[in-house]
Design a protein around this ligand. Structure first.
Ligand code: TRP
Length: 363
């Protein structure tokens, strides 16, 4: 910023009209634009600091939450600000906890759900994994924003305050994810609950995106798996996808794979839910969900005992070409499926399977 200002003042032609259109297009305008953008960002940050302070005041909190949730481009800088400012995290936790009384019996209203989802969104950071979430969530905005709620942030923001490199460890040490578990434990299928589950899963999903064994260890110690399995079993397609994504990330970690394959009960609990989802996909196809399911199976097949078990319990539909049309445009997932079938085929069947699948997939 200082450098930019300096170069602008040292070279007046940069500030005034550029000599040529080329010059205008090249250095001048981009320098000026960058300076203006930085200035705008600084202003936003200054007003964000004000809003963060307002979070501590119960009367101003709702509006401050809403305004902060609109400032996506400074979220990166917001994580440490939120964490280090006095009373802010406590205020956010207060928002989260204030919903608990209406969870059971389920009387959550859309307005209350929206409000707490705004609070959850602040626990996440937008820029870092926007691409990942866009990919995961698809581009159908109406599904992302079931309510006319300000910006449906939870899922467009990737990393949590927790997964911000400077604040993640504090986030875990403070056990903040645990405050979300009561939301994941709900079973009401109404939209406010569904949305609350989805947003909470979004926070956990943002956490596991960083591929940090610490995060996985923490989540495993908090019994996240039964909660994920429940959503994978009964959630909407979107929350199933996020829950399966979390399961995939846990499995991809060596500690996670070992944990899940440590007992037959655990393995079969996961295997049964994956198989149930495969069966339901035959009726309601979803390529993105299928992708995560296949990746989970493939990873399970890396464990020798799980691989042995999959030889008999892998759903027939994954073997018989049911999902070929679904995977037509997704070469990566086709490869995963091919590798999975290879891994679980008995030695004598390998060549047949490989040839057979190649034939099916390329025809
Ligand atoms: N405490 C249970 C266990 O350790 C948690 C659990 C339930 C679980 N279902 C699971 C863990 C499935 C892994 C997979 O077994």
């Amino acid at each position: 910023m200082a450098n930019l200002q300096q170069s602008l003042s040292l070279n007046p032609s940069f500030v005034g009209a550029p000599a040529t259109p080329q010059q205008a297009l090249a250095g001048v305008s981009s320098a000026a634009v960058a300076a203006a953008q930085q200035a705008a960002k600084d202003r936003k940050l200054a007003s964000a600091e004000q809003l963060v302070l307002e979070l501590g005041n119960a009367d101003l909190r709702e509006n401050a939450l809403l305004e902060l949730s609109k400032k996506r481009e400074i979220f990166q800088d917001l994580a440490p600000l939120l964490w280090n400012s006095f009373g802010t995290i406590a205020a956010l936790l207060q928002e989260i906890v204030s919903i608990y009384p209406v969870l059971s019996p389920p009387t959550l209203t859309p307005a209350a759900s929206n409000r707490v989802c705004n609070a959850l969104a602040l626990l996440q950071d937008y820029e870092r994994s926007r691409a990942g979430w866009v990919m995961l969530m698809g581009s159908n905005k109406s599904r992302l924003y079931p309510y006319d709620w300000s910006l449906g942030l939870g899922f467009w923001m990737g990393q949590c305050v927790a997964s911000h490199p400077d604040t993640r460890i504090h986030f875990l040490n403070a056990h903040i994810p645990l405050y979300l578990y009561p939301f994941l434990n709900t079973t009401s299928k109404t939209r406010p609950f569904e949305y609350l589950r989805l947003t909470s899963l979004g926070v956990i999903g943002a956490l596991v995106k960083v591929d940090d064994t610490e995060v996985i260890n923490f989540l495993l110690s908090t019994e996240i798996i039964p909660l994920c399995l429940r959503t994978m079993e009964m959630g909407s397609e979107l929350s199933k996808t996020v829950a399966t994504f979390i399961m995939q990330k846990i499995l991809l970690d060596d500690v996670g794979l070992r944990y899940i394959c440590a007992t037959a009960e655990r393995f079969f609990a996961v295997g049964r839910v994956l198989a149930t989802m495969v069966a339901s996909l035959a009726e309601q196809p979803s390529t993105r969900l299928l992708k995560h399911i296949i990746r989970c199976y493939l990873r399970l097949s890396d464990n020798p005992r799980a691989c042995e078990a999959l030889k008999s319990c892998l759903p027939e539909m994954l073997r018989d070409g049911t999902f070929i049309p679904c995977l037509r445009d997704d070469q990566t997932t086709r490869r995963w499926l091919q590798q999975l079938l290879l891994n679980v085929s008995s030695p004598g069947r390998i060549s047949v399977m490989q040839g057979g699948l190649d034939h099916i997939l390329t025809s």
